[in-house]
Design a protein around this ligand. Structure first.
Ligand SMILES: [Cu+2]
Length: 485
């Protein structure tokens, strides 16, 4: 039903409203020293718990709206973008993304932003959860060695990005100045078993992906949106191996996903899982049974799913070269009992092409590392080899070289590997097919030739030979070159 007003009624209503407005302005002015209305003000104060990724603070539960005091420090610091690659990040609270803020609708947040005295630049904060000019940016501009306090009321529930908005804005965001603030509804979000904090960001460096050493920011690439790195939680490998997220079979997992940008939109996907529920764009609308959800730059999503079977589930930006070639890859390791009804594992394998498939070859490596000819120590070879192994071999032979039964032979304590170094090098350079026996098990599959430089192969093989109980052979670039020719 709609309510229609006659013109006369409309005019009189206008004057009544105008009167009310004037009266209320007046009364605010005269009441500045009087105590606040008890019905309007929140009761009590809480100190905010702030967490570094991938952790999130305790849920708000059923507490009433309160004054929430929080203090965050901007820290400019050098840290790793990838093993062997360093970058000067600008951070909220020392991490990328910045500390997670968890509040509830109706809270009055008293926010103190501190700029560490060793920092070189002024910063501020624009919280998308704030209703007000610049999302707080205009009130929070702060020079190194200073602090500012401003306050805001959380009017809308949802998951919001915050970021620095100091000029040049793109550069502050590109250097890692973003994070998430969650405004829970009254009564809190429904409980789950595990909650995690994952934020994607794209990075622009003078060197290419994987070029070692200290890498400065590249403004030209940033403007061209030509990202060298696309990562979760500020670093290639922030969520892989020992840093993987974890859960047990039967648990429900909620991931607060954000995208700091500055430029790229994320097609967030977990390989081997389906999101049971997604709060689209971090708002109230819930979509169910989602494979991939879009997380805009400067936006978010809340994804929830129950883990039903054990295994390693891979978090990716499904713009898939970003995942396998620029770093946008994380892991969720699920422990527990198998359920063969939900997932059988491989039931049968046979030979489809009796003549054997052709060996696939990928284009020549264009890595800049190939041109660096300086002699390396064993430690450097091992470090570089490990990094390249995790990029190249890991998908099939696994993190500990354990392989996958029936599909990919082990490299750990492999008699095949240890028996013949030249054959092992040739396997990586030229591929391998046909039946082989490794530690008593037969494999009859195809390993594609790997597109790697001589140096990369030497370092990977040295790393493999020095890991997991193998015989500690050092492989040189010259040896690889000889076998390649
Ligand atoms: Cu800044």
């Amino acid at each position: 039903m709609k309510n229609y007003l006659t013109p006369q009624k409309r005019t009189s209503l206008f004057f009544i409203l105008l009167g009310l407005l004037l009266w209320s302005c007046n009364s605010v002015e005269t009441k500045t020293t009087a105590p606040a209305e008890p019905s309007m003000a929140v009761k009590g104060t809480v100190m905010a718990e702030l967490t570094h990724p991938p952790k999130v603070p305790q849920p708000v539960g059923d507490r009433t709206a309160k004054v929430m005091k929080l203090s965050m420090e901007v820290v400019e610091k050098e840290s790793e973008m990838m093993d062997g690659v360093t970058y000067t990040f600008w951070t909220f609270g020392g991490s990328v993304p910045g500390q997670f803020i968890r509040t509830r609708v109706g809270d009055e947040v008293e926010f103190t932003l501190k700029n560490h005295p060793d920092n070189k630049l002024p910063h501020n904060i624009d919280l998308h959860a704030v209703t007000g000019p610049g999302g707080g940016a205009t009130s929070s501009f702060v020079a190194p060695g200073h602090e500012v306090t401003f306050s805001f009321k959380t009017l809308n529930e949802g998951l919001y990005v915050y970021h620095c908005a100091t000029a040049p804005v793109g550069m502050h965001v590109a250097n890692g100045m973003y994070g998430l603030i969650l405004v829970e509804p009254a009564g809190g979000l429904p409980p789950v078993d595990r909650e995690y904090y994952v934020v994607q960001g794209d990075f622009y460096t003078k060197g290419e992906y994987g070029d070692r050493g200290r890498q400065p920011f590249d403004m030209k690439k940033a403007i061209d949106e030509d990202a060298d790195y696309v990562v979760f939680n500020g670093k290639v490998g922030a969520l892989t191996g020992d840093n993987a997220l974890t859960a047990n079979v039967g648990e429900t997992v909620r991931i607060f996903v954000g995208n700091g940008g500055p430029n790229l939109v994320s097609s967030f996907h977990v390989i081997g899982e389906i999101f049971d529920r997604v709060n689209i764009e971090g708002g109230d609308m819930i979509n169910e049974n989602v494979q991939t959800t879009l997380v805009p730059a400067g936006g978010s999503a809340i994804v929830e799913f129950k883990v039903d079977v054990p295994g390693t589930f891979i978090l990716v930006d499904h713009s898939i070269f970003r995942a396998f070639n620029k770093g946008a890859l994380g892991m969720l390791k699920v422990n527990g009992e198998e359920d063969k009804k939900i997932y059988s594992g491989k039931i049968q394998e046979g030979i489809y092409q009796p003549e054997g498939g052709t060996v696939q070859t990928m284009p020549e490596s264009t890595s800049a590392e190939a041109s660096q000819k300086t002699a390396k120590t064993l430690a450097q070879q091992l470090e570089h080899g490990k990094q390249k192994y995790m990029e190249t071999c890991f998908a099939c032979h696994q993190a500990e070289g354990q392989g996958i039964a029936g599909a990919f032979p082990p490299l750990a304590k492999s008699d095949f590997l240890n028996a013949d170094v030249k054959r092992a090098i040739s396997t990586v350079l030229k591929g391998l097919s046909g039946e082989i026996t490794v530690n008593g098990d037969t494999y009859n599959s195809i390993m594609p030739a790997q597109a790697l430089s001589d140096e990369e192969v030497a370092d990977i093989m040295t790393y493999v030979y020095h890991s997991w109980g193998n015989k500690k052979t050092v492989v040189s670039e010259a040896q690889v070159k000889a076998i390649r020719n």
